[in-house]
Design a protein around this ligand. Sequence first.
Ligand code: PMP
Ligand code: GLU
Length: 401
Amino acid sequence: MSWIPTLAERVKNLKPSPTLAVDAKAKRLKANGVDIVNLSAGEPDFDTPEHIKDAAIRALREGFTKYTPVAGIPELKAAVAGKLERDYGLKYANGEIMASTGGKQVLYNIAQAILDPGDEVIIPVPYWVSYPAIVELAGGVPRFLQCEADNGFSLDLNALEGMITERTKALILNSPSNPTGAVYSAQDLRSVGELAIKHGFMVITDDIYDEIRFDDQGPDNVASIVPEARDYCLIVNGVSKTYAMTGWRIGYLAGPEAVVKACTKIQSQSTSNPNSIAQKAAAAALSGPQECVSSMRDAFLERRDFIMNRLSGMTGVSCVEPKGAFYVFPDMSSYFGSSYDGTSIDGSLALADYLLEKAQIACVPGIAFGDDRFVRFSYATDMNTLKKGMDRLEKALNELR
Ligand code: PMP
Ligand code: GLU
């Protein structure tokens, strides 16, 4: 009998990222020749723009291949500061910015830096899959604030205030949201900023989809709407979504120096600096020409309109129109209770399994985002694939009726 190593409690209770798991399964099936329509990935289908790749190639050729400062190279921090000033009118000094290995790593470092065991973090539901896990890995306790499709997934501010306790350390906001595509109103952001000041908690504002917004307003967050709340805000962002750079792994944090320093200390003892070449590429992305951003956004908007139009023609499906990001999150709970081949569809997991098995559509069950009524489809894929996916979805749902 072989020896089985004992693992830590923290990892025994940890579930792997469900979005990455579904995507990996879809890619595996595809590689095995199954004709999968993969609507699971939260990843732009576009290639990284050429001028960004050129910056990386230049860096490589010039031998920019050594350790850099842990918190990132000055050039990248300056590019981040430039972006925050350009898009939000916010000024951040060099010591208030840290670059990291993706937005996910920034969130991880923040949780490690600010949470003691038992500290609470308020997370609006539906949430991005990794928030609760990242909080729990730091010994924190997620407290869930339910948001409803009927209100466009806006924040229930009374419920939010009612949840605040002595242990409330932070609130995580993600606007535009993964998975709903909801964008919080300026009025709600103002109220959140006022609550943060009144009760003394931090606002972790995950702005990773900030440039994929379909209104004319452009990016905003609690810090830009409520200047007095600036030092309560930890701005998390990255280049993955805006510049189609998911694989390059560059994210960044802007916030009060004390938190940035603490996050940098954690980084120095865990991952060290983010990849040197990717930092050069990210600097070029943030400070170079921005036309690529608007053309990708236009493409996402066209796809959103297409997919909303198709969903609206399907019986038993209701979907709030996303205002940003590249996901739709329809309520499909009317199909719960139906069955196929003797298997009952008792929730979003079973529905997603049915769609994968019977219609070869990969999507992410709502339960992964904390709400079992829904299913998430990514429209960060080309129109032909989307059309094929919607045709299959309509047929598969009709077969359940
Ligand atoms: N926040 C949200 C809401 C996301 O969807 C993602 C995508 N993975 C991230 C953060 C992190 O992205 P990355 O680590 O690629 O910067
Ligand atoms: N954020 C993307 C998603 O939600 C990528 C996968 C992940 O990092 O979880 O699909």
